[in-house]
Design a protein around this ligand. Structure first.
Ligand code: ZN
Length: 352
C-alpha cells in the first residue's frame, strides 16, 4: 500500500469513534476526499458525504461505517470507580486488565479495567466471565466527587490499543470494523476517473452501524440511491477455532469478499465478479443466507428497494481490541469498486 494511503488508514484507526461519537473520524474522511469531490457535507445524524457529479440521473451510494464498538461511562460509585456499559457488541472476556481512554470534554483520560487477583478467586470464579456491569474502571481517583470533576456520565471510552504492522502486509488495530469501510469509500472517491464516471457517486461514511445500522437508514433515505455497495469487514476463517462450515473458506490476503445471497442483487453480484475477473483482481465469495448485519441490510430495503451489493474485508478477531486485516485486501477492494462504478451507466437492467 502506498505511504500516503497507509497514513490515512493509520490516522483513522488511531482516532476513537464509538457509535454516536464519530465526529473526529468524519472530519478526517471529509478532509481526505474534499479535493476530489464536487461537494462534501454532513447530515444531522452525523453521516459524512463526498459526492461526485451530484446531478447525474443514476445515483450510486458507497457506504462504510465510521463507528467502532466501545464503552460508555454509566455510573461512578462512592469510591470513585467507574461502571460502564457496552456500546455495541463487546465481548466481556477481553475487557479485564485493559488500559482505556475516557474521552472527556478536556481530552482523553487514562484508566484501567480492574479485576480481582487470581490468588483471591474461588475455583468456580476462575471459570466464569464477569459481566460488563460487574466490571469497573479505575482512573486513580479518590472518590466520586473527584472523578466527576473530570468525567461526565455518558462519556465514551475506548480500549487503548494502537496500530501495528505485523509480518508482510498484515496490520493489527482496534476497530478495523469498520473504519476500513469508510477508508475504502474515501479511497474510491479519490481514485475514480471523473471523466469516465457516468453516474452520481455518493461516498458515505455512515454512523451508528454497531447499534442497529442507523446511519445507513438515514443516509440512504436522504441520498435515494438506485444502486449501493456497502463495505464492511467479514469473518476470516484462516485462524484457529473459526468454523469454515459456518463462514465458508475466507482467508486474509486472498482479496475482497463478494457476498452472495438475498441481501445482494444477483445482477450486481455478477457484475462485481465479472469486473474482478476482467481486471485481474483477486476475490472471494461468501454465502450470506439471510439479511446481513451490515449497512447493506438497511440500504437494500430503503424506500422501494435499492440494487445493493456487499463487499467484505477479511478480518480476524472482530470486535476485539486487536483485529487483523491484510493491506492487500484493502487495495484490491478499492480497485474492484473503482472499476465497477466506472462501468455503471443509465439503462442497465437490475430486475432479478
Ligand atoms: Zn461490527
Amino acid at each position: 500500500m502506498e505511504a500516503d494511503r497507509l497514513n490515512f488508514l493509520r490516522s483513522l484507526i488511531q482516532t476513537p469513534s464509538p457509535s454516536g461519537f464519530e465526529e473526529k473520524v468524519q472530519e478526517l474522511f471529509m478532509e481526505r476526499v474534499q479535493d476530489r469531490t464536487d461537494r462534501e457535507y454532513k447530515d444531522v445524524h452525523g453521516n459524512a458525504f463526498g459526492v461526485i457529479h451530484p446531478g447525474a440521473a443514476v445515483r450510486v451510494m458507497l457506504a462504510g461505517h465510521s463507528d467502532e464498538v466501545g464503552l460508555m461511562v454509566q455510573h461512578v460509585n462512592e469510591q470513585g470507580f467507574i461502571h460502564f456499559s457496552a456500546v455495541g457488541g463487546i465481548d466481556a472476556h477481553i475487557t479485564a486488565g485493559k488500559r482505556v481512554r475516557i474521552h472527556t470534554r478536556d481530552g482523553a483520560l487514562p484508566g484501567v479495567i480492574g479485576k480481582k487477583p487470581i490468588h483471591l478467586m474461588e475455583e468456580k470464579d476462575r471459570l466464569k466471565v464477569s459481566k460488563i456491569r460487574e466490571q469497573w474502571i479505575d482512573i486513580g481517583g479518590k472518590n466520586r466527587e473527584e472523578v466527576l470533576s473530570m468525567v461526565r456520565i455518558g462519556d465514551p471510552i475506548t480500549i487503548d490499543t494502537g496500530f501495528d504492522s505485523l509480518l508482510g502486509t498484515r496490520v493489527a488495530g482496534r476497530g478495523f470494523d469498520d473504519r476500513v469501510g469508510a477508508f475504502v469509500v474515501a479511497e474510491v472517491l479519490r481514485n475514480v476517473d471523473r471523466k469516465q464516471l457516468k453516474v452520481a457517486l455518493f461516498g458515505v461514511s455512515t454512523v451508528q452501524e454497531e447499534i442497529g445500522l442507523r446511519g445507513a437508514r438515514t443516509s440512504s433515505f436522504g441520498v435515494e440511491p438506485h444502486l449501493a455497495i456497502a463495505i464492511d469487514v467479514t469473518f476470516a476463517s484462516d485462524c484457529p477455532e473459526v468454523d469454515k462450515r459456518r463462514t465458508g473458506d475466507i482467508a486474509l490476503g486472498k482479496g475482497p469478499v463478494i457476498a452472495r445471497g438475498p441481501n445482494v442483487n444477483p445482477r450486481f453480484f455478477q457484475l462485481l465478479v465479472e469486473t474482478a475477473e476482467k481486471n485481474g483482481i483477486s476475490y472471494q465469495v461468501q454465502a450470506e443466507a439471510r439479511a446481513t448485519g451490515t449497512d447493506a441490510n438497511a440500504i437494500q430495503v430503503s424506500r422501494s428497494g435499492v440494487v445493493t451489493a456487499l463487499i467484505g474485508i477479511p478480518d480476524r478477531y472482530m470486535h476485539t481490541p486487536s483485529e487483523v486485516v491484510d493491506l492487500e485486501d484493502l487495495d484490491q477492494a478499492i480497485a474492484l469498486i473503482t472499476k465497477t462504478v466506472e462501468g455503471l451507466e443509465e439503462g442497465m437492467s437490475w430486475i432479478p
